[in-house]
Design a protein around this ligand. Sequence first.
Ligand code: DLZ
Length: 155
Amino acid sequence: MAHHGAPDITLGATGLNVAIVAASWHTEVMDGLVAGAERAAAEAHATTTLIRVPGSFELPVAAARVIESFDAVVALGVVIRGGTPHFDYVCSAATDGLNRVALDSRKPVGFGVLTCDNDEQARDRAGLEGSREDKGHEAMTAALATASALAAYPV
Ligand code: DLZ
């Protein structure tokens, strides 16, 4: 299911505690992303807490509020292009906001926000049956690998 060029990361992250902040739009795809992230954490022996917000626009504030209490945050959302510029505003607010949270907190934020033209594209990346990719799993793996790589350095 890995995307072309993606690294094959095997890791142990015993003792790491990660917040999953997850939007709620596009329920079935979101369920796949959350399941993938939780599975990746379980495989690496990390623990997770799931925090739900309404939409992807709310992901940065949720990440900012909780990140001090965790080793990392994984942000999950699905934004599907409509006929208005809303898509671009929500996508850039989520992307820029989450990047700012990572740099301000100096802790990893796994980016698992799908930005897609349609529902089919989103399903194909969500780790569902028949999906080619599992972006929730990838985002958690990246966050855990980064937290592990930086563990020896002060925040
Ligand atoms: C308003 C909106 C729209 C049109 N589409 C999506 C979407 O595809 N995915 C998503 O996560 N959220 C969407 N939202 C909601 C916004 O993220 C946000 O929750 C609202 O604008 C309220 O702040």
